[in-house]
Design a protein around this ligand. Structure first.
Ligand code: PGA
Length: 260
């Protein structure tokens, strides 16, 4: 049984007072509901709002995540943040290898693998992102691209640690574009990812490993995505910036409130 996992990726958004106001409003909606599917909820604020978010989420079962990390634990690396610093700031998770990091900051699978390894060592669970571009999909290369990203990003992973990682499939063409993969397309790709892991070193772990979908997830498409057997959660960007819309996504297991 894989516990659903819904994460908010705030990217380069939210000053501390905005994060505070968001979390007060979100908690009012979230705490008011009973959650049959008992999804795990994660918020990834910018580093500067982590402490504010940790205070606002005190006594509540919403976890915090970093959006990025460096693989060294200390030293002369101006501007970087270590896994232990994230943990110290209250993070249980950290996103690594987001497509924006891969494309805008030239992050490689090898760096992502080192980051994931360093996070696990520090007791922080990595959310490792993979995804193909539109060009790659249209050229029929989706599976090859994902296989290479998975093999490279998981290179340092000991199978025994697989229970502490989460994967996020985020087709680059669906991120921030309003163009979501259909539930069928997402399911097909998630099933490929699971089968690929099962055929490799993670044969015994692939069935229990959680795979989130990311790319224009909204309150009105979350249910159809979550109904698919290999989609275990969502990594939400734009629609996670408003407390009401993220609450509706997080409450995907509730009957839809038609008044909102
Ligand atoms: P989006 O972003 O929901 O705005 O498409 C998702 C992500 O980049 O994680």
């Amino acid at each position: 049984m894989r516990r659903p996992i819904i994460a908010a990726n705030w990217k380069l958004n939210m000053l501390r007072h905005e994060a505070q106001a968001f979390l007060v409003a979100f908690r009012a909606d979230w705490d008011a509901e009973t959650h049959e599917a008992s999804p795990e909820i994660i918020i990834a604020p910018p580093f500067t709002a982590l402490e504010t978010a940790a205070r606002a989420l005190n006594d509540c079962n919403v976890a915090l995540a970093g959006q990025n990390v460096f693989f060294e634990s200390s030293g002369a690396f101006t501007g970087e943040i270590s896994p232990a610093m994230l943990r110290d700031a209250g993070c249980r998770y950290c996103i690594v290898g987001h497509s924006e990091r891969r494309s805008l900051f030239a992050e490689t699978d090898q760096e992502i693998s080192r980051k994931a390894h360093a996070l696990l060592k520090a007791g922080v669970r990595p959310i490792i992102c993979v995804g193909e571009t539109l060009e790659e999909r249209e050229a029929g290369k989706t599976e090859d691209v994902l296989a290479a990203q998975l093999d490279g990003s998981l290179e340092d992973l000991e199978p025994v640690n697989a229970r502490d990682i989460v994967l996020a499939y985020e087709p680059v063409w669906a991120i921030g574009t309003g163009r979501t993969a259909t539930p069928e397309q997402a399911q097909e790709t998630h099933a490929f990812i699971r089968a690929h892991l099962q055929a490799g070193r993670l044969r015994d772990q692939a069935k229990t490993l959680r795979i989130q979908y990311g790319g224009s997830v909204k309150p009105d498409n979350i249910r159809a995505l979550m109904a698919r057997p290999d989609i275990d959660g969502a990594l939400v960007g734009g629609a996670s910036l408003r407390p009401d819309s993220f609450a509706r996504i997080a409450c995907f297991d509730q009957p839809e409130n038609t008044s909102s």
